[in-house]
Design a protein around this ligand. Structure first.
Ligand code: FAD
Length: 314
């Protein structure tokens, strides 16, 4: 068995925990050291950690967590975290986090990292629509992005952002009020729940968030994003996806016929994308399963054909 990780020295305090459901919570954490100005870029993540006090032999555990708060919020860092019922490790962080309450101490790495930022994906000056797609807690980076713009200038136009959020139940659509209110600033905000039968009062969209991209629903999505029929294409929009493998893989498959190229070395190589064709679909993945099985010719060959047909047409 691997040696347990060394105990962590705690350097932050849990200020508040908001439980949206028994398995989904917002954690507001204050680092002991004030958060310096511009210490991170929306879309980045930090490592959160805890020692297993109940079973000290298990040692400590750290996991990356996307930052929900904006860099302009200088005294608190916010996280949107799901309890993992069937973890892979024997010392899962979410199980320790679920035992915490306000005033408890934890470890928060002081350096934010990650390249799932506007700067490192589409580029800050890119004028295209930024279609941000999130399943569950994958919403975190996108809240940080639009919140930051709004905090810097409450009159800023958010029309360049579309946030599509999917969850199982309405109660799991975290940040709904905040994002609903940002529609007044131009934000396109769409929500979908995948278990509508269990929420009879729900009048919104149903299905998983990746289902917005099903071939038979793409036309409707074009219109709802204000792009006009067939308009969701790499010359008009860039796609950012955050969440687990299933969501990311399905959206890539469904957008390849529209000519979207995923930013991933292995995928680009398997799809034989010419070097001069820029990526137009970016993703941040919370689990480890390959988003698309590039080794399976039955999967990759039709995708390659569809992509090359779309690139030839463009
Ligand atoms: C860059 C990055 C940013 C992340 N940001 C967040 C975040 O903002 N919020 C968050 O809840 N998680 C986030 N995660 C996932 C997080 O790091 C942990 O993997 C997760 O909390 C499970 O850790 P654990 O120790 O409890 O379970 P482990 O024993 O490590 O179990 C891992 C299992 O948990 C599943 N899993 C991981 N994340 C989720 C999730 N969000 N929802 C459902 N199942 C999941 C995986 O499929 C995997 O099978 C992020 C991961 C990465 C790589």
């Amino acid at each position: 068995m691997a040696k347990p990780a060394k105990p962590l020295t705690y350097n932050a305090t849990l200020l508040e925990r908001e439980d949206l459901t028994s398995q989904l919570s917002i954690f507001k954490i204050r680092p002991d050291e004030p958060i310096p100005a511009n210490s991170f870029v929306p879309g980045q993540y930090v490592t959160l950690g805890m020692n297993n006090e109940r079973v000290p032999d298990l040692g400590s555990v750290r996991r990356p967590m996307s930052i929900v708060s904006a860099p302009e919020e200088r005294d608190v860092m916010e996280f949107y975290i799901r309890y993992v019922s069937y973890p892979e490790s024997d010392n899962p962080l979410t199980h320790l986090l679920w035992e915490t309450k306000a005033a408890n101490r934890l470890f928060l790495r002081d350096r934010a990292v990650g390249k799932f930022t506007i700067r490192d994906t589409v580029g800050d000056d890119d004028p295209r629509l930024r279609v941000c797609v999130a399943a569950g807690t994958g919403l975190a980076p996108f809240v940080s992005m639009v919140r930051s713009i709004h905090l810097r200038d409450p009159r800023a136009d958010l029309g360049q952002y579309a946030i599509l959020h999917g969850a199982s139940y309405p109660a799991e659509l975290g940040y709904r009020e905040e994002l609903d209110s940002l529609k007044a600033s131009g934000l396109h905000y769409m929500t979908s729940i995948s278990r509508p039968a269990e929420s009879p009062d729900w009048r919104g969209d149903s299905g998983r968030v990746e289902d917005y991209f099903m071939p038979e629903r793409l036309k409707e999505l074009d219109e709802r994003l204000g792009l006009g029929a067939g308009g969701l294409r790499p010359d008009r929009a860039a796609i950012l996806i955050c969440g687990l493998q299933g969501t990311i893989g399905r959206i890539i498959e469904r957008l390849i016929p529209r000519g979207f190229v995923p930013e991933n070395r292995k995928l680009r190589r398997a799809l034989e994308v010419p070097e001069d064709v820029p990526s137009s679909l970016f993703f941040e993945q919370y689990d480890n399963t390959p988003v698309i099985d590039v080794k399976d010719p039955e999967v990759i060959e039709p995708l390659r054909e569809q992509l090359h047909a779309a690139l030839a047409e463009a």
